[in-house]
Design a protein around this ligand. Structure first.
Ligand code: COA
Length: 181
């Protein structure tokens, strides 16, 4: 699927090295309870959980830039977006390499992903996204794409890069605009 500046391609084993570039970056993984993937093998293992053959209930994409043909720039994998599971509620996740931050890419990719997801999974009623209460960039992306905060999970999860204490998590939701039932 294409958006004005991006192409979403279903995640596949051939994306492992680019996936590792992102998941081995301390800034990109700073909000992840999983934390950094130190080796390519760790990244392959982590990525295997979102491959369609291993996880048919998920739907995950590698996000590539789509440069203008006149610029001679190469397409680059800048992020990953998708749902780990689709039921009972779909659970969204995304991560981008810091070199791509601040250009509206996460918002553009999520807008495209939502359209695609509701087309491919019309029976799903709700998608939720869990984010650290201090992850302001992610909160902004979710809000810009139509998600609403529904609850706060107090002291829910440890994020190692932020310390040993369990941290609060905000739950955001968006409804299928044209549900089957
Ligand atoms: C969160 C993340 C996906 C944002 O990607 P991005 O491509 O920079 O996002 P966008 O450019 O589309 O939008 C970011 C918005 O947040 C704003 N923002 C960025 N940092 C911010 C901060 N510290 N405080 C408040 N707003 C912030 C930007 O200004 C922008 O809003 P605007 O368009 O109104 O100016 C990216 O930083 C990332 O991959 N983070 C690590 C992984 C992660 O946190 N994943 C989500 C887990 S729930």
């Amino acid at each position: 699927m294409d958006s004005p500046r991006l192409r979403l391609i279903q995640i596949a084993p051939e994306h492992a090295e680019d996936f590792h570039q992102i998941w081995s970056n301390p800034e990109a993984t700073q909000w992840s309870p999983r934390g950094i993937c130190k080796t390519l093998d760790e990244s392959r293992q982590w990525m295997s959980g979102i491959l369609p053959e291993k996880n048919p209930d998920g739907l995950n994409y590698a996000v590539f830039t789509r440069p203008e043909p006149s610029t001679n720039q190469e397409s680059m994998m800048i992020g990953v977006i998708g749902v780990y599971r689709s039921s009972p509620k779909a659970e969204l996740g995304y991560i981008y390499h810091p070199s791509a931050w601040g250009q509206g890419y996460a918002t553009e990719a999520l807008t495209a992903f939502l359209k695609l997801f509701w087309e491919l999974k019309p029976g799903v009623e709700t998608m939720e996204a869990l984010t650290d209460y201090e992850n302001h960039a992610s909160i902004k992306v979710l809000t810009k794409c139509g998600f609403h905060e529904t609850r706060r999970l107090k002291e829910h999860v440890v994020v190692l890069s932020k310390g040993a204490e369990k941290r609060d998590v905000l739950v955001f939701e968006i409804k299928n605009p044209a549900p089957l039932n």
